[in-house]
Design a protein around this ligand. Structure first.
Ligand SMILES: [Zn+2]
Length: 107
């Protein structure tokens, strides 16, 4: 069966375009809260990074997530995001519903 057309998003770290489900989403909710969104389903404005520490570090350093979301990103959210990247790099994760977020470029 051919693949369904998937939404493509750009990683804020390396600027690579990838299927949305391979990326980690950070969302600014309509109430202005910034959160890591493991489900990818929250409403709000999203920004994405690959599950890779390189991309995380690049995104933090260049403030690309802040720019993409148009808001400051609290340290606590960056920590959550980093924890999420590391969790994904460790392998299959019980908390990821689709079980489909395995990094292709894990180092
Ligand atoms: Zn990336």
């Amino acid at each position: 069966m051919p693949h369904r057309r998937e939404p493509i998003r750009t990683c804020m770290g390396c600027r690579t375009e990838r299927p949305k489900r391979e990326l980690i989403r950070v969302v600014k909710t309509p109430s202005g809260e910034t959160l890591v969104d493991p489900t990818g389903k929250r409403s709000g404005r999203g920004a994405y990074i690959c599950p890779s520490m390189e991309c995380f570090n690049a995104a933090v350093k260049r403030r690309s997530l802040e720019r993409a979301l148009g808001t400051a990103i609290p340290e606590s959210v960056k920590e959550q995001l980093e924890a999420m990247v590391q969790e994904l790099l460790r392998g299959p994760d019980r908390n990821v519903p689709e079980g489909d977020l395995l990094p292709e470029k894990a180092k």
